[in-house]
Write a protein that binds this ligand. Structure first.
Ligand code: FAD
Ligand code: DLZ
Ligand code: SF4
Length: 520
């Protein structure tokens, strides 16, 4: 007699799609789907209030959709009596409740959680099957094979492989559509005076979201972030509407203004879809197909379409492959020996540096900042001020609604901090105030002067840049992409050099370190 006991399928907070590998092929009459709000996940860093709200609300909506479609869902709320507080503890309790014959789970996106799951076969009496997460285009083993034997893991090379694999933006002769693989050179326009990008759709919190907002206000009162402005899509229908708006109104200018920064604006022509993609509410390949269709229908130019597709099948896939290739270990890399604590102003926004204050404001209000704000303002500051990678990782992981360690860590450790010693980037993305001035409207109303190099009123990025170069000379001067910078430094007179270093030291001494318990 075949067992009539059910199959238990735990679905994690970022696995909210019916096409998930653990749900495919399951039948409604012998499956119990388990979803768990647990204290450990909500507090391993002190996530932004909007991030917790987004994940719990999206989980509750997904559970309701599954139930409406006839699935049995065992949903454990954070405040349920006896909630064990961890995935393993809750799965153990669910096994007691349902006595399943098997447990099927799609692998976790994060190493920490996957480690816990891998202990389940020994811990639990039922058979445990761990399935690959095939929502990604490139599997972990495919990325390992691609990386093997390569001296440098150049994203552009990986990206071209993904273009060939998917056929996206490829013509019938196997050549890139439009003639080029990459149109980045056309995508570096500074903001135009008076530009007015169409608004990103807002999704009013419904009853389910309101209930979660009350829970978060009550239980996570000391976490960073504003809840009044919560407007993220929490269902796949809402996420599709957000994607519709992007393809109808903003993709056309996505490319040229991808790197532009405007005070008061963290969306510009960006898609604002990362939260939905990472949760599973949107399929990344479908988005690329829609972008390609926009090019073919003539509603968006090739540089915008290729730029968007490169972020998804290039950067996003590369980052995920890179994470699994280098974990564990990436989280403790500190190859530039950066030891300074994160400044308090990262949590309060109280700094006279107008660019940083604006990026921290949007991070607080929206749990979002766009890529160049994360990379060239916040990230560049952390790099050249020598902030400890552990502090920076905790901050980025906590404050962004789209942050999971698999995507945050390679971006922080590899892309902004060079803490991995150059596994991801060929050189540190260090820049003076000049770059920010060129690509934004921040500087003209800043209390610091971007054209001043040294002294109290000089833009701190200018002196920090040289301080960074000087203190890392031994490590960086052998890098041929940086060597030229040292020739410039060496040509400066001793007095000028001393001015730079003293200005930077005075600025660094003025920073108040953050209270440690903000993040943890
Ligand atoms: P768009 O500009 O519209 O880009 C389209 C999509 O491309 C994004 O939705 C995202 O899915 C993908 N994408 C673009 N760049 C990257 C990248 N570098 N890595 C991975 N995916 C990318 N993205 C996250 O999803 N989660 C994070 O925790 C995260 N942390 C970051 C930390 C740092 C230091 C930096 C520099 C970047 C980080 N990013 C992260 C990447 C990027 O900044 C965000 O994906 C983007 O800002 C989200 O807004 P959007 O959806 O409007 O993106
Ligand atoms: C980020 C997060 C938070 C805040 N809370 C939960 C939760 O209570 N339950 C859950 O299933 N997932 C949560 N997540 C997301 C997880 O940390 C993440 O989805 C995966 O575990 C990735 O490995
Ligand atoms: Fe930022 Fe410097 Fe410009 Fe001020 S002057 S906004 S600190 S880059």
């Amino acid at each position: 007699m075949p067992s009539t006991n059910p199959i238990l399928v735990p679905v994690l907070g970022d696995q909210l799609t019916r096409t998930l590998s653990s749900l495919r092929g399951r039948t409604k009459d012998d499956t119990i789907i388990l979803m768990m709000e647990v204290w450990d996940e909500a507090t391993y860093v002190k996530h932004h209030k909007q991030k917790i709200t987004l994940i719990f609300s999206a989980m509750r909506h997904f559970a309701a959709e599954l139930e409406d479609a006839g699935w049995s869902v065992d949903y454990v709320k954070l405040d349920d009596e006896n909630n064990a507080g961890s995935f393993t503890g809750e799965v153990a309790r669910a096994i007691e409740r349902h006595d399943p014959r098997e447990l099927h789970i799609t692998e976790a996106s994060e190493w920490r959680v996957q480690q816990a799951i891998e202990e389940w076969p020994d811990k639990f009496a039922c058979t445990v099957e761990i399935l690959p997460d095939d929502r990604f285009i490139c599997s972990q083993s495919e990325f390992r094979n691609w990386a093997e034997g390569r001296k440098a893991l150049t994203m552009e090379h990986f990206y071209r492989e993904m273009r060939k694999k998917t056929g996206i933006l490829m013509d019938e002769n196997g050549k890139p559509k439009g003639g080029e693989w990459n149109y980045d050179a056309d995508n570096r326009e500074p903001p135009k005076e008076g530009m007015d990008p169409p608004a990103v759709p807002d999704f009013e919190p419904d009853e389910i979201t309101q209930e979660v907002i009350e829970l978060v206000k009550d239980r996570f009162a000391d976490h960073f972030g504003n809840l009044e402005t919560f407007r993220w899509p929490v269902t796949s229908d809402e996420a599709e509407k957000a994607a519709d708006a992007f393809f109808a109104q903003r993709i056309e200018k996505f490319g040229p203004y991808q790197d532009a920064m405007v005070h008061g604006s963290d969306d510009m022509y960006h898609s604002m879809l990362s939260t939905s993609i990472n949760l599973g509410l949107l399929d990344p390949l479908e988005l690329c197909d829609r972008a390609q269709a926009a090019y073919e229908e003539g509603t968006a130019p090739i540089n915008s379409v290729e730029g968007f597709i490169r972020q998804i099948i290039g950067w996003r896939e590369y980052i995920r492959g890179f994470y699994w290739l280098h974990m564990p270990g990436l989280e403790s890399d500190n190859k530039l020996n950066a030891r300074r604590s994160l400044p308090e102003f990262f949590w309060t926004g109280e700094t006279d540096m107008r660019c940083l204050a604006d990026c921290i404001r949007s991070t607080h209000e929206d749990a979002h900042a766009h890529h160049i704000q994360r990379l060239m303002v916040l990230g560049n500051f952390c790099l050249i001020a020598g902030i400890d990678p552990a502090d920076v990782q905790d901050w980025y992981l906590a404050v962004y609604a789209d942050a999971y360690q698999w995507v945050e860590l390679p971006n922080v450790s590899g892309m902004i901090l060079f803490a991995d010693g150059g596994k991801l980037a060929t050189k540190p993305y260090a820049a003076s105030g000049n770059y920010i001035n060129k690509m934004s409207d921040y500087c003209k109303e800043c209390r610091y002067s971007v054209s001043k190099k040294t002294g109290e009123n000089a833009c701190p990025f200018n002196s920090l840049y040289w301080h960074f170069m000087d203190r890392n000379r031994e490590r960086l001067s052998k890098n041929h992409r940086v060597a030229r910078v040292y020739s410039t430094w060496d040509r400066m007179g001793d007095e000028k050099k001393r001015d730079y270093l003293e200005t930077a030291d005075a600025f660094l001494d003025s920073l108040t370190p953050a209270q440690k318990d903000w993040a943890r």
